[in-house]
Design a protein around this ligand. Structure first.
Ligand SMILES: C[S@@+](CC[C@H](N)C(=O)[O-])C[C@H]1O[C@@H](n2cnc3c(N)ncnc32)[C@H](O)[C@@H]1O
Length: 491
């Protein structure tokens, strides 16, 4: 009796894929070999049964199954076509995407799928027999085109298993040799000097919270990130009507929005020559200087307001295992407990806080935002093409207070008063739409698009919008904190 699945191989893993329903499961190649030679264990048998992978279903049985659409697949009704990721091609930038032409009957059939009606009902709705529907659907549950599955019953709303594709895992980003020093510490100066396209960098390489929310957004009361930040810091008594120093200014959108809300002297400090040029174009009324956050090119006690968004994690982090003189010295000076083996110490972030303490004038305030935990060990973000390490904020608080600053740690969404229920384009829909724009020779920026703001190159059906607490085009705002620092006023 032939096995009711096709075997797809990825390294030492195998996927058992049913060409009759599009359902699949993954296991070690060794487990499959053992099961084939020594028989299937009860546990594996149960797993296959639950997925309907234990036998070839008859057409009558398949007619009773419920067709569900993959959440990544989009319909392009005007062509008509289905726009879907190729499960076999999965590079560091995501899947390759392609348009698969449909005829009018296919389109009617795919549109009739509602995730709860069985094939027989969907077929009737689409004006065809169940046998014809099954014949047509078979094209959409193949290893190379995973757009539909036939399931035993209705799916939950937004079932996460309908985001998974059977195929190779995403290829890892390559790290370059100049991203670590001899002691294994992260060093991103050379990487920052290589940034070649400032305008596209935060769409293509590393999207930040500020970039994703740089257009007016309902989550921020209809304001862009920079204007909202200015408003909430003003409410907290920051001198927002006075001179600003921003460290690590990205593509200059914060500077631009801040200055749109009222002109002030605005100085940008950044390590990237290309980004400094981009920032100057975005915020021509500001001034820029090439400089390092860990050695600020600023006089002692000269700054009344310092801003820095998502820079701390770019600064050198040292593996806990490295016997690093400066880490040891700062740990001793500020009573910092060592992080667990295998983790990191945020040396560059510690140095930046020391620098901020040096440059803040009496009464001066600073806001440093970054992803990380109040007291959890730092971790490397592996999805990027360069090593960024999350921040352990209690160490920064200890250094700041040790240097006579007042320090308060708040969640970034709390600081912004963000409405976390506000919608944004789901990350998987963004990936598909962005690929569709690219196929048309156009570019889709990495913004937290809403149903009202998302641009479309043609009619697109199947886009999902999720609350800010779920992945969108940018990082999850709920993973970020803002460290608010203040130098007490003199006297
Ligand atoms: C992740 S981006 C954040 C950009 C922007 N603040 C935002 O939130 O969109 C980091 C920024 O800090 C700059 N940067 C990185 N390391 C730096 C350093 N050691 N000193 C000064 N700027 C640095 C980068 O060039 C870039 O502009």
């Amino acid at each position: 009796m032939p096995e009711p699945w096709e075997v797809l191989r990825t390294g030492d893993r195998v996927t058992l894929f049913s060409p009759f329903t599009g359902r699949w499961t993954v296991m070690d190649a060794e487990t499959l070999d053992r099961a084939r030679s020594q028989g299937w264990s009860d546990g594996l048998r149960l797993r296959l049964q639950r997925l309907g992978l234990d036998q070839v279903p008859t057409d009558e049985e398949r007619g009773r199954l419920v067709p569900v659409r993959h959440r990544r697949a989009l319909l392009l009704p005007d062509r008509p076509a289905v726009w879907a990721p190729d499960p076999r091609e999965h590079g560091p930038g995501g899947h390759a995407w392609r348009a698969v032409p449909l005829d009018a009957e296919d389109l009617r059939l795919l549109t009739a799928i509602d995730g709860s009606a069985p094939v027989t009902k969907v077929a009737a709705k689409a004006g065809m027999t169940a046998a014809e529907a099954l014949r047509r659907l078979a094209r959409f549950h193949r290893p190379e085109l995973q757009v539909v599955q036939l399931r035993a019953g209705p799916t939950r709303q937004r079932d996460p298993s309908l985001l998974e594709l059977a195929g190779p895992p995403r290829a890892a980003n390559a790290r370059t040799v100049d991203q670590h020093d001899a002691q294994g510490a992260t060093t991103l100066a050379a990487w920052h000097h290589r940034i070649a396209s400032g305008e596209r960098h935060f769409d293509d390489v590393e999207t930040t919270v500020a970039h994703a929310l740089a257009l007016p957004h309902p989550a921020l009361g209809g304001f862009p990130y920079g204007a909202r930040l200015r408003g909430v810091l003003s409410e907290r008594g920051f001198a927002t009507e006075g001179p600003v120093v921003e460290v690590g200014c990205g593509d200059g959108e914060l500077a631009s929005a801040w200055l749109d809300a009222g002109p002030v002297p605005y100085l940008r400090v950044d390590l990237s020559p290309e980004l400094l040029c981009t920032q100057a174009r975005a915020a021509p009324a500001s001034r820029g200087v090439l400089g390092d956050a860990t050695r600020l090119p600023l006089r002692d006690a000269s700054v009344s307001l310092l801003l820095s968004n998502e820079v701390l994690a770019d600064l050198p982090a040292v593996p806990v295992s490295a016997d690093h003189d400066e880490v040891r010295a700062l740990r001793r000076s500020f009573g910092l407990a060592a992080n667990p083996p295998g983790s990191w110490e945020n040396l560059g972030a510690w140095q930046m806080v020391v620098e901020v303490a040096r440059v803040l004038a009496p009464g001066g305030r600073a806001m440093l935002s970054e992803f990380g935990e109040p007291d959890g060990p730092p971790e490397e973000a592996v999805q990027l093409d360069h090593p960024e390490v999350s921040i352990r904020f209690d160490h920064l608080v200890a250094i700041a207070t040790g240097l006579g600053l007042q320090a308060e740690l708040v969640r970034l969404d709390d600081l912004l008063g963000a409405d976390l229920d506000a919608p944004q384009l789901a990350r998987h829909s963004y990936e598909g739409l962005r690929a569709l724009f690219a196929a048309n020779g156009q570019h889709l920026a990495a913004r937290a698009w809403t149903p009202g703001s998302v641009p479309l190159p043609e009619a697109v059906e199947g886009l999902e919008f999720v609350p800010l607490t779920q992945p969108g085009p940018g990082p999850l705002v709920t993973r970020f904190h803002a460290l608010l620092l203040g130098r007490p006023a003199a006297g």
